[in-house]
Design a binder for this molecule. Sequence first.
Ligand SMILES: [Zn+2]
Length: 92
Amino acid sequence: MLLTLLICFLLLVLVSQHHRSLLFAGLVVIVLIEAYGLYRIVQHDYDLCRDLGYICPFCQKPLYEARAGTHLNGLCPKCGKSILPVTQQAPC
Ligand SMILES: [Zn+2]
């Protein structure tokens, strides 16, 4: 997305004034399409977590987040509570 913006910015600078508005409209369309694509990716992850039941028992939000490390620390990426079951220690 950033590369697209950079290319379009360079084109806006290089293109004559007459074609600038058309190029700007194309830029807006491209950015909107890319934003929608990112939205669909996030929404797909959200739906997949709901289907698999991979949601937090406390806040009911999906536990999957790309950089959260939930499988390492056992904490919900949204509310920060521990999702690991509490084990009771046997009395000595
Ligand atoms: Zn949570």
